[in-house]
Write a protein that binds this ligand. Structure first.
Ligand code: IPE
Ligand code: IPE
Ligand code: MG
Length: 248
């Protein structure tokens, strides 16, 4: 094949999701926001199973942003509790499905018990190969890039590298998702059309899919719709359509 031709696959290798709309879902039912978060957890479980079955190799879920600490104290503590519970309850099952669990984000801000649970889930599933589940918790895209720059700065200070040698690859190797292909498909439920400080660097050529469906209503039919929509896209990476071939 002509080397200038780009191959594009119909199934995304890497899907990332902003799971938004739990609070509004609960409000519509005259229930506290935390009720929506509880329902959201069960949808999260369904989505992991759905995308793993669909053949997706990496699934990155935005569970808690660095800005979500600014929510009311009770909501933050319920989210932490849910987080801890769902890890404790689901790690073994995900392990049996050959799914690797990885956390991205500043974990030092979490309680010792939660940090321990995170480390245990990561260690248990470390060698699993069916799909990698990245959970973004206390994550911010700006934090991620800054962190990478600081690490490179420290290497310069130690005299290991010169600033001239900084390139795209080097920066990418210091980001949280190093070694992971960039997301092919970005999904945001809940109707907002924004990135909210999720993966900033990695979304450079990602296809965006926005839906008004609230996260607790994101059924497998809705999940399938996002994949069908993705399959119809033509990814050109700056080239012309004649230079792109689709592989099934
Ligand atoms: C997403 O739902 C869950 C988290 C941010 C943890 P929201 O809680 O943001 O729900 P809405 O957007 O207020 O409806
Ligand atoms: C983004 O949702 C973060 C998560 C889903 C974890 P938010 O609800 O926090 O985003 P904004 O505030 O509407 O941009
Ligand atoms: Mg929201």
């Amino acid at each position: 094949m002509d080397s200038s031709v780009t191959e594009v696959k119909a199934t995304p290798q890497h899907v990332c999701i902003i799971m938004d709309g739990n609070g509004r879902w609960a409000k519509k039912r005259f229930m506290p926001r935390t009720f929506g978060h509880r329902k959201g957890v069960s949808i999260t479980r369904n989505s992991i199973e759905f995308f793993a079955r669909a053949g997706v190799r990496y699934l990155t879920l935005f569970a808690f942003s660095s800005e979500n600490w600014n929510r009311p104290k009770e909501e933050v503590s319920t989210l932490m509790e849910l987080f801890f519970r769902s890890l404790k309850d689901n790690s073994a099952e995900l392990h049996s499905q050959n799914i690797r669990i990885r956390f991205i984000g500043e974990r030092a801000a979490f309680s010792q018990t939660l940090q321990k649970q995170i480390a245990e889930a990561e260690a248990l599933t470390f060698n699993n190969k069916a799909m990698t589940l990245n959970i973004a918790a206390n994550y911010g895209g700006q934090w991620d890039i800054l962190n990478a720059i600081k690490k490179i700065g420290a290497r310069i200070e130690r005299g290991e590298i010169s600033s001239d040698s900084i390139g795209q690859r080097m920066l990418e190797s210091e980001l949280s998702l190093a070694e992971t292909p960039d997301p092919d498909l970005f999904i945001r439920t809940g109707g907002e059309h924004r990135v909210s400080n999720f993966l900033l660097w990695q979304l450079a050529y990602t296809e965006f899919y926005f839906t008004d469906v609230l996260w607790p209503d994101f059924s497998t039919e809705e999940m399938q719709k996002s994949l069908n929509d993705y399959a119809k896209r033509q990814r050109r990476y700056g080239k012309t359509s004649d230079q792109v071939v689709e592989v099934k």
